[in-house]
Design a protein around this ligand. Structure first.
Ligand code: HBI
Ligand code: FE
Length: 445
């Protein structure tokens, strides 16, 4: 604090020194106030007054307090010392001001009684860029549930369930169930209708066939394991509880229900804690009636279970997802956009090369037979996955992607992502503690 004050004094003295040589009037405004820096919005005001004698200090103090008060200027610091080479008292005052006009009028008012106000300095307070709130513990994901209304079947004709009242009512029921879920709750089993199970079987069969040649080996291996253990079956839509028991054993990832398309910030934040917010909703049954059997316009149950779950059972993909999540905590809006884009192009729509063939690692492809074939064909453009470049690419969320990114493999993609994370600028770093499922902020002073 003292060093700080000392520095301010030196600045002030330097200024006084300089102004002795320069023409003083040049820096004076109409009110006779010397403004070194102009100010937009709020900031700090620093001035110094020479009081003729220490006796006069007791008159000056109430006067300065009143004047500042009357002009909406808040005194923050005041300090006195003997006048250099004189018999008076040198007073240094530091204040907070909402707008430069109030600083100007306060100083002008003081000048009427204390002509010795010798220097005024106004400057903008240096503020750390505001860090947005983020969850510190896995339980705080309860607060990361902001949905964005993008494809509402009630209003958006692009939604496959648009105008279908039975579907809309069912969707509301499932979303309500998800919205009421809180950290620590037991997952309730959802009763699916026979029609929903039937949709599951149809999609399952169709995808199974394509996965033989177009899914990456990690996916096929993990899916086989899920089937072998009876966690997934062709016959029935599985319950989240048994999925979670499986995933927790493999990578510690768990699914928790959410009630729709979340904001990218909230969605990514949960990944930092190895929690995937997934939808119970089942829109896929409508896609078959749609002109293009591409991916669902919003996440649905089949996408989550047949797309994401086998991939989250992979340690490298789990780590990659968590790394993206950790980078997102407290990030700026612009950074969130970049991370969402990387997530999109690798976790949702990523490809890898295996045995000279393009194969899907992205859940958005693995759960959508139309786009899966398109992505691996030579119709779209394929580029090497380079996080710094991928992060800036615009993507298509209405139709098939015209461009896909290709990694050598999941581990290679993880390596590149970690390199990217090392260069990701944030005013603090975070440590994830898996024992308590919490993050701690570390700041270097
Ligand atoms: N919300 N529920 C849910 N599921 C997602 O897969 C999802 C999301 N919000 C945003 C999002 N995915 C991505 O497109 C990225 O923006 C992170
Ligand atoms: Fe997804």
């Amino acid at each position: 604090k003292r060093a700080n004050t000392q520095k301010k004094r030196e600045e002030l003295e330097n200024h006084l020194e300089k102004n002795k040589q320069a023409s003083i009037s040049r820096d004076l405004n109409d009110e006779g106030v010397d403004l070194i820096f102009s100010l937009e919005g709020n900031g700090q005001l620093l001035f110094s007054v020479i009081i003729a004698s220490s006796a006069e200090i007791s008159d000056f103090l109430p006067a300065v307090i009143h004047t500042l008060n009357d002009n909406n200027v808040t005194m923050q610091h005041i300090e006195t010392r003997p006048e250099k080479g004189g018999r008076g008292v040198d007073v240094l005052v530091e204040c907070a001001v909402e707008h430069k006009d109030s600083a100007v009028s306060a100083v002008a008012a003081l000048k009427k009684t204390h002509a010795s106000i010798t220097a005024v300095r106004m400057y903008k307070t240096r503020q750390d860029p505001e860090v947005p709130w983020f969850p510190r513990h896995v339980s705080e994901i309860d607060k990361c549930s902001h949905c964005i209304t993008k494809y509402e079947p009630t209003i958006d004709p692009r939604h496959p369930g648009f105008g279908d009242e039975v579907y809309i009512a069912r969707r509301e029921e499932l979303n309500r169930l998800a919205a009421n879920f809180r950290y620590g709750d037991q997952l309730a089993d959802v009763q699916y209708t026979e029609a929903e199970h039937d949709t599951w079987r149809q999609v399952f069969d169709k995808l199974e066939h394509l996965h033989v040649t177009l899914a990456c080996s990690t996916y096929r291996r993990n899916l086989a394991m899920l089937l072998e253990e009876g966690v997934l079956t062709r016959e029935r839509i599985p319950q989240l509880r048994s999925i979670n028991a499986f995933l927790e054993r493999r990578t510690g990832f768990i699914l928790r229900p959410c009630s729709g398309l979340l904001s990218a910030r909230d969605f990514l934040a949960s990944l930092a804690f190895r929690v995937f917010q997934g939808s119970y909703e089942n829109t896929t049954q409508y896609l078959r009636h749609h002109t293009k059997p591409h991916h669902s316009p919003e996440p649905d149950l089949i996408h989550e279970l047949l797309g994401h779950v086998p991939m989250f059972a992979d340690p490298a993909l789990a780590q990659m997802s968590q790394d993206i999540g950790l980078m997102s905590l407290g990030a700026s809006d612009e950074q969130i956009e970049r991370l969402a884009t990387v997530y999109w192009f690798i976790v949702e729509f990523g490809l890898c090369r295996e045995e000279g063939q393009l194969r899907a690692i992205g859940a958005g492809l693995l759960s959508a037979f139309g786009e899966l074939q398109h992505a691996c064909s030579d119709v779209p453009e394929h580029r090497e996955f380079i996080p710094t470049e991928t992060a800036l690419q615009k993507y298509e969320d209405d139709d098939y992607q015209p461009l896909y990114y290709v990694a050598d493999g999941i581990e290679e993609a993880l390596g590149k992502l970690r390199e990217y994370a090392g260069k990701f600028e944030r005013p603090f770093s975070l440590i994830y503690d898996p024992y308590t499922r919490s993050v701690t902020e570390v700041r270097s002073v």
